[in-house]
Design a protein around this ligand. Structure first.
Ligand SMILES: [Zn+2]
Length: 434
């Protein structure tokens, strides 16, 4: 057994209290051995991370993104979802190569490691490239191929769904178990009903989790209601898409009936506040969902609609937007937001992460508290939600391995990742615009 001690810091416990303690990690199993309060006998460890003057938190979980879209960051902004997708994003995505996706995934993972994220859920294309980037970077991820049938003929549509299932079955457990997979039909409007009815039961029977976009815009909800004479999530449930292993992105335009259904099925919602604001999609009723017992996680969505992958920005946005949506300053409070970014996301993805306690995955981040914007320290949970930034993260640990030590990423060559991403992003745009 090789051990790692995260020493002399203050540790955020699962109940959101903070205590002075060390975190002892078994690097072979990738699990936390103990959280040892000050004064207890402290055996030596093989490696040590200094956490003096710092806060040790569970690694953040980015529970919905399209990581390779980092290559499109800042390419097209300030447009509504439909026009943005059709005029800007889809034409560029049509030119994407496997090598581009690898470069974009590396860039996004580098950004996430540097901002304290240790797990993410990704829906995109060329997913074996994302698996490879996860493997080399040391991150944890739940991955799926985003299957779309609209615009495809019947044969191509079946192939999309088959590709989604094949990826999920073929790559589950990759990267020494750090990769898990899901079947990811893109959304309730971009995949036809016949295809959902054929392939969703197959995924369920094989025990494969399901992830999809739902109820993101009013323009998407209204036709579904008109066509099916029921709410979109009632339609999804009728097809068998809601289960305790399922999680959906957005849930902006959802009503009480749908919240009760989500709670009953134990299906998590991934809230993406920055994307919802930037695309003017609407305000998700996060407090109402939590009040009904729905598990809520946080996601950045793709970098092109955010435009960064820092969960700290997402936490602040979630708190602010949640209050506005509920018309109540006490709604979506700081501790609820921290829970969403850690335990909520981990639960949605089926991970034993998001909690600093013995037996949990050793996925954590260490934040430097010795900074003007984090002083004084009346309430560190408040700071996490309202004042901290990704750049405050000193060390990042995933599966017991140190991915970043004193702001230096250990698993990726940072300058090479940036140079490759710049070059590929430019060539991609040149191809799309030629
Ligand atoms: Zn998305």
């Amino acid at each position: 057994m090789t051990t790692l001690r995260i020493a002399d810091g203050r540790v955020l416990r699962p109940d959101h209290t903070v205590e002075r303690a060390d975190v002892l990690v078994d690097q072979a199993s990738g699990e936390i051995l103990a959280v040892e309060p000050e004064g207890e006998g402290r055996a030596s460890a093989d490696d040590r991370l200094d956490a003096e003057g710092s806060l040790v938190i569970p690694g953040l979980v980015n529970a919905h993104t399209h990581v390779a879209m980092t290559l499109l960051r800042g390419y097209a902004d300030d447009k509504p979802l439909d026009a943005w997708l059709q005029e800007d994003i889809w034409p560029v995505e049509a030119e994407l190569t496997a090598e581009d996706v690898r470069a974009g995934a590396r860039l996004g993972i580098l950004e996430m490691i540097r901002s304290g994220t240790t797990a993410f859920a990704d829906m995109y294309f060329f997913m074996p490239e994302v698996v490879a980037a996860v493997e080399e970077s040391g991150m944890r991820a739940l991955l799926g191929y985003g299957a779309i049938t609209v615009g495809n003929d019947d044969e191509a549509a079946h192939q999309e769904m088959r590709d989604g299932l094949d990826f999920a079955e073929g790559y589950d457990g990759a990267a020494d178990g750090r990769v898990s997979t899901a079947f990811m039909p893109h959304s309730l409007t971009t995949v036809g009903e016949d295809y959902l009815r054929e392939y969703v039961p197959e995924a369920r029977e094989a025990g494969i989790p399901i992830h999809f976009h739902a109820n993101e815009t009013a323009g998407e909800v209204d036709p579904l209601v008109a066509d099916h004479d029921e709410r979109p999530l009632e339609y999804a449930d009728d097809i068998g898409m809601l289960a305790d292993t399922s999680f959906l992105a957005h849930g902006v335009h959802t009503d009480r009936t749908e919240h009760e259904l989500l709670a009953e099925r134990d299906t998590a919602v991934i809230h993406c506040p920055a994307s919802n604001m930037k695309l003017a999609s609407g305000m998700a009723p996060v407090q109402a969902m939590r009040d009904r017992g729905v598990t809520v996680g946080l996601g950045t969505d793709g970098a092109a609609s955010n435009n960064d992958l820092s969960l700290f920005d997402e936490m602040r946005d979630a708190a602010m937007l949640g209050k506005l949506a509920a018309d109540d300053a006490s709604a979506v409070a700081a501790d609820a937001v921290v829970e969403m970014a850690t335990q909520g996301g981990a639960e949605a993805l089926g991970l034993a992460s998001g909690r600093l306690e013995a037996g949990a995955n050793a996925d954590l981040a260490v934040l430097d508290l010795d900074q003007p914007h984090l002083t004084p320290d009346h309430d560190l949970v408040s700071h996490l939600t309202y004042a901290a930034s990704g750049s405050d993260v000193r060390h990042t640990v995933c599966d017991g391995q140190v991915l970043m030590r004193d702001r230096t990423v250990q698993t990726l060559d940072e300058q090479a990742v940036l140079a490759d991403a710049r070059e590929r992003a430019q060539a991609l745009i040149d191809r799309a615009e030629s």
